[in-house]
Design a protein around this ligand. Structure first.
Ligand code: GLA
Length: 386
């Protein structure tokens, strides 16, 4: 049987065996550094996907319904192939990876609903991948640990969705902790939790409502440009093939061989890594002013050197610079649209949101979608019926 769509599956009567809650993430700083062996500083957020699951007694037949879409995806575990609709490949990719790891997966019914804005740089896809894998792991006692689930989610995205993403989103979704962000070394995968209570400041996201599609919008190109740049530098100096063994001086000395584009990409990676480490220090010392400055610098790097921003994001970041109650702002995630993150005094939120929404609408004729968020718990089982 091929993966196919079918109408029906009465949501109201869906008696599930377990319910999983899996969060999106915000990345405070460290963009496009994860697949470059660098550092990132993300946190799970309070916007989440809820996934309800039940074993259906069949050996291989699975039905998956996403609320908000009118159809049901039907999958035969014995015959999984890539689908054509966006969200299907996240599900199919996870099932495919699970099948490669274990013989113990069986037929199940699933429904999911989410309040993570889709395509907005808040990792709705990682939340889905990891939440589904986490839930099936529990439902069928597959014995996978959290890191296996994180890496499986990443592989699903590589192999079925086609984005050669790093590890940050899946990591943040699974490992998140309330009131903490996480400093992750993407080379060693060591990480530490950093208390992230910013009172009286808050994290305000501004969703441009410009949708990006990472696999077609240049994400993979950026990955290729930085890695081919790295290769040139490594060969010239006879050192290991990792940005962690590079210095700014080495990058400068290779400027000619790299050419302008690769030079910009490689310099950005080294600079952004330094910013992440400094940002983690500022956060630990509760120096939000220092943190805010780094956010602005990071945005400039993404705009001019890594070139993953867009006019809508730049407008929002520039606008925020006129507000002294905003300590820092930058684009978040893969880029080419999505959200900006703003660290803003709680009492200034309403006025700022009104002003920026009006200005944005005037400039682009698009409604801005603002929302506040807080560092939250990672993927969890919230209900289990025995
Ligand atoms: C996307 C990817 C991540 C990371 C960011 C950019 O969210 O999934 O792995 O590369 O872009 O920092």
């Amino acid at each position: 049987m091929e993966n196919k769509l079918k109408d029906g599956l009465d949501v109201a009567e869906f008696a599930f065996d377990l319910e999983v809650s899996s969060p999106g993430r915000v990345n405070l700083i460290g963009e496009h550094t994860d697949y470059n062996d660098g550092f990132v500083l993300p946190a799970a957020i309070d916007k989440r996907i809820t996934i309800r699951l039940r074993a259906n007694g069949s050996k291989t037949r699975c039905t998956i319904k996403s609320k908000g879409f009118d159809s049901v995806l039907v999958v035969d575990l014995g015959n999984i192939s890539q689908g054509t609709e966006g969200w299907h490949n996240y599900v199919l990719g996870v099932l495919n990876e699970l099948q490669l790891l274990t013989q113990d997966l069986k037929g199940f019914d699933c429904e999911m609903e989410t309040d993570i804005p889709v395509g907005s740089g808040m990792s709705s896809s990682a939340a889905l991948e990891c939440g589904l894998a986490f839930g099936l792991n529990e439902l069928f006692d597959l014995g996978l640990d959290r890191w296996q689930i994180i890496k499986l989610g990443q592989r699903a995205e590589h192999n079925f969705v086609g984005t050669q993403c790093g590890i940050m989103d899946q990591f943040a979704s699974v490992m998140g902790k309330k009131d903490h962000s996480m400093l992750l070394d993407c080379r060693s995968l060591d990480f530490e939790y950093i208390p992230t209570k910013m009172d009286p400041y808050v994290i305000l996201m501004l969703n441009t409502n410009v949708k990006h599609n990472l696999s077609t919008s240049g994400y993979n190109d950026r990955r290729e440009e930085s890695s081919s740049g790295l290769k040139i530098i490594a060969e010239r100096f006879g050192v290991q093939h990792s940005f962690r063994d590079m210095t700014p001086d080495m990058v400068k000395r290779c400027r000619e061989e790299l050419g302008n584009v690769r030079y910009r990409r490689c310099s950005y990676v080294l600079e952004e890594n330094q910013r992440v480490l400094k940002a983690a220090e500022h956060l630990s010392n509760n120096d939000l002013i220092g943190l805010g400055k780094l956010l602005y610098e990071s945005h400039e790097g993404q705009r001019k050197k890594y070139e993953v921003s867009c006019p809508e994001l730049d407008f929002l970041v520039d606008f925020s610079k006129n507000w002294e109650d905003v300590l820092g702002a930058r684009m978040v995630g893969g880029g080419f649209g999505g959200c900006t993150l703003n660290i803003i005094h709680v009492e200034a939120v309403d006025n700022f949101v009104n002003a920026v929404s009006e200005a944005y609408k005037k400039k682009f004729s698009i409604e801005l979608s603002p929302f506040q968020t807080v560092p939250s718990q990672g993927t969890t089982i919230i209900k289990k019926h025995v």
